[in-house]
Design a protein around this ligand. Sequence first.
Ligand SMILES: [Zn+2]
Ligand SMILES: [Zn+2]
Length: 268
Amino acid sequence: MGVIRVTVSKPEMPQSELSAQPRRPTMLLRTLWRRFIPHRCTLCRNIFEGTGALCGDCRSDLTDCSDSCRCCLADLASSALDRCGPCLVRPRFFRASAAVRYRGAAQALIREFKFRNRPRLAHTLALLMVESRLRQGGYLPQLLIPTPLHPSRLAERGYNQAALLGQQCARILGVDCDPFALERRGAKTPVAQLSRRERQAAVRGAMTCRRKLNASTRIALIDDVMTSGATCSEAERALRRAGARDVEIWVFAHRALGDGDLGAEERT
Ligand SMILES: [Zn+2]
Ligand SMILES: [Zn+2]
């Protein structure tokens, strides 16, 4: 995706008029700031030249999901196919996309974003999500619905990371986001270490949709990480019960077997 830079030359202004322009000193300071304050990587904090939030090293440590099944994100046996065996027979989701694999810099970004109180990273993560989603092509979603957080978890963390990602992606794409559409009920269950079957049982019936949805609206369910897909399946079912037809699963990272080990905070 190309970056378009627009340079607007400002008209010369006599020195005597400078004092009459209250915005002028701010603009000058901003120019000086941009010129002399070094650009730091959002993740490793190293100084780097160039644009964007991440330095070259952190960016090159991100692994994309181009070799994953487009309906469930499982690894593909052959690059000639875009779906895995089971999804060729019966697609698990209408569509599933992840910007990166949950390892290296991606895992570090999620740790900082979710467990170390850095909600502002949502913008960086959302840019990576939109960048990869645009690369994949196809119709873009019209309404983004984030996965809800259990109320007690929300009180603990202070923010729902999926809702922040949804809002940022919606802002970049110019579409709607409804962070209150889905509601989570029941007991808080840490599912990070459970098997797929155990996760499915733990989240069954845990979500309801508070609004009616239109079958013709292209909806994307937004989450930060998809592991077994049990939470996404449950949320997708709730959206379909409310009238949605084709629900795309759109996450920042996919954690497959063999990806980064979970730290203590990620197991909660
Ligand atoms: Zn970096
Ligand atoms: Zn699949």
